[in-house]
Design a protein around this ligand. Sequence first.
Ligand code: KG4
Length: 362
Amino acid sequence: MHSMWVKPLITVFCIIFVSEFDMEKVTILGIESSCDDTSAAVIQDGVIRSNVIAGQAVHERYGGVVPELASRAHQQNIIPVVHDALKQAGIAKEEVSAVAFTRGPGLLGSLLVGTSFAKGLSSALDIPLIEINHLQAHVLAHFIKEDENDRDQPDFPFLCLLVSGGNSQIILVKSYSDMEIIGQTIDDAAGEAFDKCAKVMGLGYPGGPVVDRLAKQGDPDRFTFSKPRIDGYDYSFSGLKTSFLYFLRDELKVDPDFIEKNKEDLCASLQKTIVDILMDKLYRASNDLGIKEVAVAGGVSANSGLRSAFEEYSLEYGWKIHIPKFAYTTDNAAMVAITGYYKYLDGEFSQPDVVPYARVSI
Ligand code: KG4
């Protein structure tokens, strides 16, 4: 071939090669097994393709999650859940670019199931393994796109109120990977306050959603419960739980049917107190730091009272608020997959000898 053709041909070849490479989609399979939900999800270039969650009804009769039973249920659920997630996404496992899994925090036995499965799959498919911090994943759930045109993601920096059964934190989110906890509970989490007070009223487990449902028919100003006085942006909920317990104990002495007769008002007043406590510190942080981009995440973000409070603050103080879709509030693998997507882009991969951790900060 004449040498004058060689250079243009190489250029054309490079353009074709690079554009082919560019077109290759990043497909992340996420696996979540930190507590009592087994979940698998597929995210492709940041867009959700599937998010399958198998709950565990086995704990209901015990009034809380039994760790040993949770691990066993994860073992039973993990293969069908991953299978369904791939099927719903229309993705063959050979198309997966990397496997992201929740490394912690959570229940060690539960985490072991997801971790072991992810390790096995990444090794069998010879693709990268990506460990995910569960709390970081809750925050990054806001970046899951419903479709290619979804532009409803928060701008950095933003504040995220992370409220779940195990956490109540205000997080300053500076980038996908740079997050700082600026306030957190010094004792119980907000979800625990909902659940423990609900348990005292005999409302079953988890009580948060039941309190929410009953609160809709009750008067939030009927009863007043104590609010903590804590410095800075930290929270405390153990005092509220005790004050609620003592209040009921005294009222039940007078009228044994007090709870039954007043449960809607009790739930509404309890919910209002918890929401007020959460919003008060969040408002302070927003005001002090001059950040009006504010998000909420975690299981308690499903609470209708908290969601309404966000809407009110948005109108009153000009907050640009971000409330996750219901499916991304409780534990789910979509948030694990989206976090895995950003770690994949940064080339942050885990070694095959990675082990889960029960406790870890963000
Ligand atoms: O994030 P999550 O699913 O699990 C972890 O803690 O990791 O959060 C579960 C918590 C439970 O305490 C549950 O009662 C609470 O979220 N929760 C609610 C609502 N839905 C779930 N709390 C209040 N109102 C709700 N609608």
